[in-house]
Design a binder for this molecule. Structure first.
Ligand SMILES: NC(=O)c1ccc[n+]([C@@H]2O[C@H](COP(=O)([O-])OP(=O)(O)OC[C@H]3O[C@@H](n4cnc5c(N)ncnc54)[C@H](O)[C@@H]3O)[C@@H](O)[C@H]2O)c1
Length: 248
């Protein structure tokens, strides 16, 4: 075990999914306590059991990030038990594949309600704790879709991920200097979210200079960096981790 996040309490939303799980493992590799929040409580519990079975410090919480009242209740419960939250990773999101011309108002509100509203209100609930204690880190998961407008029928998703870059900047300005707020814009990562037809994946890989998808661990290591003291002068930034697919 390393010590870069020793003593820190790290809350991850969407922790039961591919990248969230890799982040959970990476932050516990750095001796943090990890709070695994997910709408999929069973998945979060299974992960917490695995991690604690390996001698790591982890706990699971049910959380639907699209519900601000539920966010407030879960944060209160967490503070009672763990006292504070030092690092927040806004990772939970959905990416339903719907061609632009078929998107309904219900689809639109659901995607925005989880991805954009969720990221905003979880940050709003957690950041006062960080400001009070004079230290905190928020890391938001954006996407290459924010840069390109989205691939594989994901226009609304892409818009939410662009919105997350703006939210990152506004929170960074508001919470400085004690709390830093940054985003990561991954390219295509090998998780459930990218279960699209293999010919579409092959066409994407053809355009990526590094010639492959990212592993979730390659995103998790950047989260650890942004959460650590090594990134003390980053705030309001979005790091593109995309194998060179899109060079900004
Ligand atoms: N996989 C990729 O190629 C890729 C690319 C760019 C960005 N990202 C971003 O990385 C993050 C993680 O993606 P992933 O590939 O691991 O996704 P995933 O679908 O594998 O996991 C997402 C997790 O979020 C949870 N979740 C969904 N709705 C929720 C809600 N309302 N409240 C709480 N939790 C909820 C799910 O239960 C799941 O555990 C997302 O923000 C995604 O947009 C992923």
């Amino acid at each position: 075990m390393n010590e870069r996040l020793a003593g820190k309490v790290v809350l991850i939303t969407g922790a039961a999914g591919g990248i969230g799980t890799a982040i959970a493992r990476a932050v516990t590799d750095e001796s943090a306590t990890v709070l695994l929040c997910d709408i999929n409580l069973e998945g979060a519990r299974r992960l917490a059991d695995r991690l604690t079975g390996e001698g790591r410090s982890a706990a699971a919480y049910a959380l639907d990030i699209s519900r601000p009242l539920e966010i407030a209740a879960v944060v209160e419960k967490i503070v009672k038990r763990h006292e504070t939250i030092d690092v927040l990773v806004n990772n939970a999101a959905i990416c339903p594949r719907i061609p632009l011309e078929e998107v309904t108002e219900v689809d639109f509100d659901r995607i925005v309600g989880i991805n954009l509203k969720g990221t905003f209100f979880v940050s709003q609930a957690v950041s006062p704790l960080m400001v009070r204690q004079g230290w905190g880190r928020i890391v938001n998961l954006s996407s290459i879709g924010a840069r390109t407008g989205g691939v594989a029928a994901s226009s609304v998703y892409a818009a939410t991920k662009a919105g997350i870059i703006a939210i990152t900047k506004s929170y960074a300005r508001t919470l400085a200097p004690s709390v830093t707020v940054n985003a990561i814009a991954p390219g295509v990562v090998d998780t459930e979210m990218m279960r699209i037809p293999s010919e579409q994946v092959a066409a994407i890989v053809d355009q990526i200079p590094l010639g492959r998808l990212a592993d979730p661990e390659e995103i998790a290591s950047v989260v650890v960096f942004l959460a650590s003291e090594e990134a003390s002068y980053f705030t309001g930034a979005t790091l593109d981790v995309n194998g060179g697919w899109f060079m900004y």
